[in-house]
Design a protein around this ligand. Structure first.
Ligand code: FMN
Length: 345
């Protein structure tokens, strides 16, 4: 059977091209932050940016049967599921569950340095075992139609990134991975907390650019320390295929996402965060009707007006009002009183 007559490959290539386009800009996977409510808010700010879940471990899905971790809203597309794990069989089963749930991409975490993750031999420690990562990627690709991608560091501990990063990329490329996101700093597995591991090891953007030159048919996204859309644009103009933004997208979602469709994807409207708040009302009502609490959603909306007059009062009204029993969407709408419309700013 040729590639063009193979239905699995055809489906893979159609969905791959859409999600690859979206990967020009992505919001990073962030545990406890990029849950489904956060992603819903982000999607109202940008229609086209690729969104990632928090890391979900393959054992939790496959052994623990925690399928509720895969729940998401259809409005979130394009959305990628990030998996943690290092057992190829378990990862392929978890990838299958993710694809069945409707995710557009399955991403393997090779960058997370936390102790809990190290003890399960996954995350950044996998930078030391590219052959195993390649086996995992190959098994996951065999199991699903959607694209399988990797998020990695430039190395760990005393590894030499100049040597290990190309070897790592070569191994996953040979296993069929065509898209990678590189957090452009090492992880130090001993002695630094996960938080310190996002700031202290120095960034090496230049190495990531050289990897793009060395692997021209690999879609390479850069991650780490990018705090504005202008910086993202500079990275893209310099030849990279994608930019992933984490903390800045969470804390200043409007700055990063409201203009992303127009500025990064070349089409679409600039979103108004006041409209976003109004558009959240039905979503909030639905969540409350299912027994959820307001603050589970509004904690991801605190940064919507970051840098704008009234932002502090907005945050205070939201964080104090949303935790009360029975708090509903009126808390958000009243909190908007502290924000002046843009024309008056
Ligand atoms: C609270 C938090 C949780 C994170 N959780 C994950 C995770 O689950 N998986 C992952 O690959 N990276 C995780 N990261 C790392 C981010 O995806 C990203 O690589 C890192 O924050 C650097 O990008 P930035 O400088 O744009 O924030 C997390 C980061 C933060 C701040």
């Amino acid at each position: 059977m040729t590639a063009s007559s193979n239905p699995v490959l055809k489906r893979r290539s159609a969905s791959t091209s859409l999600v690859t386009k979206a990967a020009r800009l992505s919001v990073a996977p962030m545990m406890d932050w990029t849950d489904r409510h956060c992603r819903f808010v982000h999607r109202l700010l940008s229609q086209q940016t690729l969104l990632y879940t928090e890391m979900v471990t393959a054992p939790a899905l496959v052994r623990g049967g925690a399928l509720h971790l895969l729940d998401f809203s259809s409005q979130e597309h394009p959305v990628a599921l990030q998996l943690g794990g290092s057992d190829s069989e378990e990862l392929s089963q978890a990838a299958q569950l993710g694809a069945q749930a409707g995710y557009d991409e399955i991403n393997l975490n090779c960058g997370c340095p936390s102790d809990r993750v190290q003890s399960g031999t996954f995350g950044a420690v996998l930078m030391k075992d590219p052959a195993r990562v390649a086996d995992c990627v190959a098994a996951m690709r065999d199991a699903v139609d959607v694209e399988v991608t990797v998020k990695c560091r430039i190395g760990v501990d005393d590894q030499d990134p100049e040597q290990v990063l190309p070897e790592f990329l070569q191994a996953i490329h040979a296993a069929g991975c065509r898209r990678v996101t590189i957090h452009a700093r090492k992880a130090w597995l001993q002695g630094l907390s996960p938080k310190e591991n996002r700031d202290i090891p120095p960034l090496d953007y230049d190495l990531v650019h050289r990897m793009k030159d060395a692997f021209p048919d690999l879609h390479v996204s850069i991650n780490g320390g990018i705090t504005s859309l202008e910086q993202a644009k500079t990275q893209l103009d310099a030849g990279l295929d994608g930019v992933m933004i984490g903390r800045a997208a969470y804390h200043q979602p409007t700055d990063i996402l409201a203009q992303a469709d127009a500025m990064i994807f070349g089409s679409g409207q600039v979103a108004d965060p006041i409209d976003v708040v109004h558009k959240m009302v039905p979503y909030v009502k639905d969540h409350l009707a299912r027994g959820g609490r307001l603050h589970q959603i509004t904690r991801h909306m605190l940064g919507l007006f970051a840098g704008r007059p009234g932002a502090r009062a907005w945050r205070r009204a939201l964080s104090e009002g949303a935790v009360h029993d029975g708090a509903g969407p009126e808390v958000m709408l009243q909190a908007l009183d502290s924000i002046a419309p843009l024309a008056e700013v």
